[in-house]
Structures are given as structure tokens and as C-alpha cells.
Design a protein around this ligand. Structure first.
Ligand SMILES: [Zn+2]
Length: 77
């Protein structure tokens, strides 16, 4: 089983703060995936960033993730 520990550093799209995160990838296909995307919430402002990266640790882009405010569904019972 392939196991990767990636350190991703990027600037938050919301507050431009430096975000450092460690990502644990494992499984098959990780090394041949052209680009994976992960959502990482900024520890400073809480905005979700979508980070596109490849398993060699290269960050290809950081986008502001759309925030969906989920309305809790009332349970009818
Ligand atoms: Zn931020």
C-alpha cells in the first residue's frame, strides 16, 4: 500500500495567511493521479480553500471553495 505524507504550504485565499498542512495520502492511483484536490479550511479565518496538488508535493493552484451553508433538515417524526 502506497503511503505518502505531503506537506502543503499555501496562502489562504481569504486572509492571505500562510497555511501549512500535512496530508496523508494512501491508496492506489495516488502516484498516477495528475492532480488531486483537497479542501483545507484556513486555521486563521476559517475559509475553505481548494488546493490542487500532485503527489510530489507541488501545488498547482489554490481556489476559494464555495461555501455552502447547509440548512439543517428538520426531522419529521
Ligand atoms: Zn484565511
Amino acid at each position: 500500500m502506497l503511503s505518502l505524507l505531503l506537506c502543503l504550504n499555501f496562502g489562504c485565499t481569504g486572509c492571505y495567511g500562510a497555511v501549512e498542512t500535512t496530508l496523508h495520502c494512501e491508496g492506489h492511483g495516488v502516484d498516477e493521479n495528475p492532480g488531486a484536490m483537497v479542501k483545507i479550511a484556513c486555521p486563521w479565518c476559517g475559509i475553505n480553500n481548494e488546493v490542487v496538488f500532485t503527489p510530489d508535493g507541488t501545488i498547482h493552484g489554490v481556489n476559494r471553495a464555495r461555501t455552502y451553508k447547509r440548512i439543517p433538515e428538520p426531522s419529521h417524526n
